[in-house]
Design a protein around this ligand. Structure first.
Ligand SMILES: Cc1cc2nc3c(=O)[nH]c(=O)nc-3n(C[C@H](O)[C@H](O)[C@H](O)COP(=O)(O)O)c2cc1C
Length: 376
């Protein structure tokens, strides 16, 4: 396998104050391998396997408080024990030369009473329950609508979590404003049915998210803050009647902060055109409107990633499933090497190795082939 010419995905990029050596970002992925909301040593192995000099990794959705959780085995960053357990994970990534951002998250109503302190109801913008998940059969509990005087407490949880993440050594935080979780339960008019200053108009629906952005920027500095948004998504009963206006409004709000680091946006669901899956590519207007670094995600592969980086559609691409299954994805892209296939059945299982740290590196394949060859 010969070395290929430099491809757009492997071109360096300056993201605010950070020098990246390529454009292949690890997308945030919940992997359910924590224990009692505390990350464990195998998580250091998983992330450091995916770390390259000058690469950017975004950690999985990480809870900001005791009410933030809804997945077994997802980590948190609100207690001293969690912060201490993140430190060696972050150190292992840094030793391999990558930047590491923590995705700070709150699931809101995508939870059950079992996950909540004292078996309380999950909190949300609304008391409307999410419809049961047809695929997994998961039934979420009926949420409790936050009173407007409680919202500043949740904003403070995000502020504290951001501070904790920096104390754990992360280079910055990504606010998880996507995929039907708490922020979208406020931002999207299909979910938010409030009549106070956090409901109704677009400005009101975005108020909570904007307050969190402002608080987190105030706490750790704009150059350490990114946000993930998915205005087009329809996950977990969160749909907006005007996703373009929603995306533009949020970008205007991010642009108020000089040096706000990045906006990470998820493409609409893939469309089937002439029997082929195609990424709809609807993010360009947002990329043009945003002053900072733009990250696109959702369905990308090497060919499509190279194409859109070259065209200036985005600065960086976050890869989810391909990076999960290929710890050395940037190198495989560079060499145009074959990729391991991901195994969906182990995405969310709890084994510390299987489907987590046991996906082979390219060298492993070569070694195995050599063993086979020498045995033949
Ligand atoms: C196992 C798994 C867990 C995920 N967990 C998260 C998460 O914690 N936070 C998030 O914003 N997105 C999450 N996602 C979405 C991915 O970040 C990404 O947007 C999605 O997989 C689409 O990109 P891809 O086509 O490159 O896989 C998850 C996806 C997978 C497959």
């Amino acid at each position: 396998m010969g070395r290929q010419e430099a491809i757009p995905l492997m071109a360096p990029f300056k993201m605010g104050p950070f020098e990246l050596s390529h454009r292949v970002v690890l997308a945030p992925m919940t992997r359910c391998r924590a224990d009692g909301y505390v990350p464990r040593p195998h998580t250091a192995v998983y992330y450091s396997q995916r770390a390259t000099r000058g690469g950017l990794l975004i950690a999985e959705g990480t809870g900001v408080s005791a009410t933030a959780q809804g997945f077994p085995g997802s980590p948190g960053v609100w207690t001293p024990e969690q912060v201490a357990a993140w430190r060696p994970v972050v150190d292992a990534v840094h030793r391999n030369g990558a930047l590491f951002f923590c995705q700070i998250a709150h699931v809101g109503r995508v939870s059950t009473n079992d996950f909540q302190p004292d078996g309380q109801s999950p909190i949300s913008s609304t008391d409307k329950q999410v419809s049961p998940d047809a695929e997994s059969g998961m039934v979420y509990s009926k949420p409790r609508r936050l009173r407007s005087d409680e919202i500043s407490g949740v904003v403070d949880d995000f502020r504290r979590a951001a501070r904790n993440a920096i104390e754990a050594g992360f280079d910055g935080v990504e606010i998880h404003g996507a995929h039907g979780f708490l922020f979208e339960q406020f931002m999207k008019d299909g979910a938010n049915d409030r009549t106070d200053e956090y409901g109704g108009s677009l400005e009101n629906r975005c108020r909570f998210t904007v307050e969190v952005v402002d608080a987190v920027v105030g706490e750790v500095g704009a150059h350490r803050v990114g946000i993930r948004l998915s205005p087009f998504a329809d996950y977990i009963d969160c749909v907006d009647s005007d996703p373009v206006a929603l995306g533009h409004y949020m970008i205007q709000q991010l642009n108020r902060h000089e040096g706000f680091l990045y906006c990470h946006m998820v493409e609409p669901r893939m469309a089937i055109v002439d029997g082929r899956r195609q990424i709809p590519h609807r993010l360009l207007p947002f990329r043009k409107a945003f002053n900072g670094t733009f990250i696109a995600a959702g369905g990308y592969d090497r060919e499509e990633g190279n194409k859109v980086v070259e065209e200036g559609y985005t600065d960086l691409i976050a890869f989810g499933r391909l990076f999960l299954a290929n710890p050395d994805l940037p190198r495989r892209f560079e060499l145009d090497a074959p990729l391991n296939k991901y195994d969906r059945s182990t995405f969310y299982t709890q084994d510390p190795v299987i489907g987590y740290t046991d996906y082979p590196f390219l060298e492993d394949d070569v070694q195995q082939q050599q063993v086979k060859y020498s045995e033949a």
